[in-house]
Design a protein around this ligand. Structure first.
Ligand code: SF4
Length: 387
């Protein structure tokens, strides 16, 4: 009653957002081609209803985490505070109009990079930390726990550091808190940013069971995240102006492509091939018709078999028996247990991570003139069965 309507409600008000450079889309693993499609205002596919619920869940996870933090000795404040880096995107200054941010209502000047921080955490010693929260699926969480860097989220933190620098120049540490939506475990990165060298360093990584992940010596540092992010936006702009697209960044079986709203224009354009056609001679034409005949016969026989099975099931059911006995043949109905995987119960992100795509080859024969074959009707069987 409710299960099937909730996802539809969650997705009811979906409408595509307008492209603009944002801190949340600045990382290197964001598909540049996808962002360019958006910048070029290609029509985008509406996300699946369940995906809308998954996205909404993430913001509620953040809300829940903030409630836990409020009960700690940390003080969380400045939540969703707007952050702007003026003139970060100089190539837009002459082309863009000022716009009003629909989150904070601020008027943003052309060429500015604008976003909102999740908050600032202040500890007992009045030291401030930029706070960034992410709620993610188990699969991605595990890749981070095993050593992959959450590079997009770190880039986002760097942009916020830069944006906050004028108003809070001493703020150079961040807590990037990543929540596993499946297990409710946390992974915390303590980050430090050097404004002079524009380098981000991971000082510490802690798992919610208290495990401190060995980061090695020297600590992992990332020198170019700010510059790389701006160059990425510049590159998308170059493509937008030229009406061109960057190379594909992912393969069709990867989740980035599976959930990409531009999957159709991106991959269907590859279908254009210069197909060569072989002329069949008399002999191979005959064989192709023979193959068509066999295929049609098989389909017809399968349909006939299916109809007869349904008729006999009905006969047994009408007489309340499992078995019918004849002089030379028996008909029996058996129940077998099969174990199957209900994909509906698997979280969307895990299902996607586990899915692989392979190419299968199909051979089809399509006669130019179709032969119509006579088929016995269902009622003919039923008449015999019911005698
Ligand atoms: S389908 Fe894949 S490669 Fe193409 S734009 Fe989307 S994410 Fe990028």
């Amino acid at each position: 009653m409710l299960a099937d309507i909730i996802p539809g409600i969650a997705n009811f008000n979906w409408h595509p957002s307008k492209y603009r450079p944002r801190p949340s889309s600045s990382g290197p693993t964001q598909c540049k081609r996808k962002l360019t499609y958006k910048a070029l205002e290609y029509p985008e596919r509406k996300p699946g209803d369940r995906f809308a619920v998954v996205l909404d869940d993430s913001s509620w996870h953040e809300e829940l985490t903030c409630q836990w933090i409020e009960q700690s000795t940390f003080k969380l404040h400045s939540q969703q505070m707007p952050v702007t880096i003026p003139n970060a995107l100089p190539w837009l200054i002459d082309y863009e109009q000022p716009f009003i941010c629909n989150m904070c209502g601020e008027t943003i000047q052309p060429g500015s990079l604008h976003g909102h921080i999740d908050g600032i955490c202040t500890d007992l010693f009045f030291e401030d930390y930029l706070f960034e929260h992410k709620a993610i699926n188990h699969f991605t969480f595990e890749t981070y726990r095993k050593g992959a860097w959450p590079i997009d989220h770190m880039t986002q933190c760097v942009l916020y550091f830069e944006g906050l620098h004028d108003i809070q120049p001493e703020l150079n540490k961040a807590i990037l808190l990543i929540k596993n939506k499946n297990t409710s475990g946390y992974l915390e990165y303590l980050l430090q940013y050097d404004f002079h060298s524009k380098t981000l360093t991971i000082l510490e990584t802690t798992v919610s069971d208290g495990t401190i992940i060995d980061l090695g010596d020297p600590l992992p540092t990332f020198p170019n995240l700010f510059q790389d992010a701006l160059e990425q936006f510049a590159m998308i702009e170059t493509h937008r102006n030229a009406g061109t697209l960057p190379d594909r960044q992912y393969e069709p079986h990867e989740w980035q492509c599976e959930y990409c709203p531009f999957n159709d224009p991106c991959w269907n354009s590859l279908e254009i091939t210069t197909e060569k056609v072989l002329e069949l001679n008399d002999e191979t034409t005959k064989l192709a018709h023979e193959l068509d005949r066999l295929t049609e016969d098989r389909k017809r026989l399968e349909k006939e078999e299916d109809k007869l099975k349904r008729a006999f099931r009905l006969l047994l059911k009408n007489h309340g028996v499992q078995r019918a006995h004849g002089p030379t043949i028996d008909v029996l109905r058996k129940e077998e247990h099969r174990s199957t995987v209900n994909q509906e119960l698997i979280p969307l992100d895990i299902l996607s991570a586990a899915r692989t795509t392979s190419t299968i080859e199909k051979l089809l024969v399509k006669p130019h003139a179709k032969t119509i074959k006579a088929m016995p009707t269902k009622s003919a069987y039923l008449r015999v069965i019911n005698q």
